[in-house]
Design a protein. Structure first.
Length: 258
């Protein structure tokens, strides 16, 4: 389970950032007192436009950032006080994950498996499972720099999941992927949910959220504007389209202006 209680993240801006963002206070509130829970056996979605605070939230869940205020627990462990325990239990995929292009998928997956203190036998079994599913096997000994964008993304997912984590946190999992690769990724996320895993994703693509997510939180300008099942969010906003529900909430957040 993930529990987020009154989480706030404030960034302190340098002089250049203050000028660029026309910010006189020198502080930017990226996330403002948000709370939600996500449980095993579901796909939970953080939805919102670029810059809404989704990535900041996920990076804090993954212990890469510290909360300014509030409390976040993953599987009962506090992300600030017990980060190592949290890291053992999560797989985190971000577009900022850069794999060394001189290495091969085989070497890379072995390296990350050892980083998680896995036995070589377990690494080999897990590697076979992931490489087979994502079609990486034929490219296992090629340099990563020679792989297509889609294949590199699938390898990144395999790296994130090598240790078979309890909680999977994916930031924009289908971003930039072709339709076939994107389908392979979303199908795998559904399979993980069916195994009883907790999957948390961020996306700005409403169709993906409507297809994948059991429950969602719509975040705009760092605040949660809606929270609950996809059907509940649509019903509360008087529409049968999640995309239209989002635009209604966006207009409300912006004072009636799109």
């Amino acid at each position: 389970m993930i529990e987020v209680n009154d989480f706030t993240k404030i960034y302190h801006l340098n002089r250049k950032q203050k000028t660029e963002q026309k910010n006189k206070s020198g502080q930017k509130i990226a996330v403002d007192r948000i709370s939600f829970k996500a449980e095993e056996g579901e796909i939970f979605g953080l939805l919102g436009p670029n810059g809404a605070g989704k990535t900041t939230t996920l990076r804090t869940l993954a212990t890469l950032l510290k909360p300014t205020e509030g409390e976040i627990k993953v599987q009962g462990f506090d992300v600030e006080k017990e980060p190592m325990e949290v890291r053992k239990r999560i797989g985190f995929l971000t577009s900022e994950l850069k794999l060394d292009t001189h290495f091969t998928p085989n070497y890379t997956i072995d390296f990350f498996g050892k980083l998680h203190k896995m036995k070589q036998e377990d690494i080999e079994n897990r590697k076979k499972e992931l490489f087979s599913y994502f079609g990486i096997m034929d490219y296992a000994d090629k340099k990563i720099g020679e792989l297509s964008t889609g294949m590199m993304q699938k390898l990144s997912i395999a790296v994130s999941l090598i240790h078979n984590p309890e909680v999977i946190i994916f930031d924009e999992p289908t971003n930039g992927l072709d339709i076939i690769t994107a389908r392979a990724v979303t199908d795998y996320l559904i399979a993980l949910k069916e195994e009883g895993k907790l999957v948390v994703i961020s996306t700005h693509i409403m169709d993906i959220a409507q297809k994948l997510c059991d429950r969602i939180a719509i975040i705009i300008d760092g605040e949660i504007m809606a929270y609950g099942s996809v059907d509940k969010v649509k019903e509360d906003n008087g529409t049968d389209s999640l995309e239209q529900a989002f635009f209604e909430l966006y207009k409300k957040a912006k004072g009636g202006q799109e």
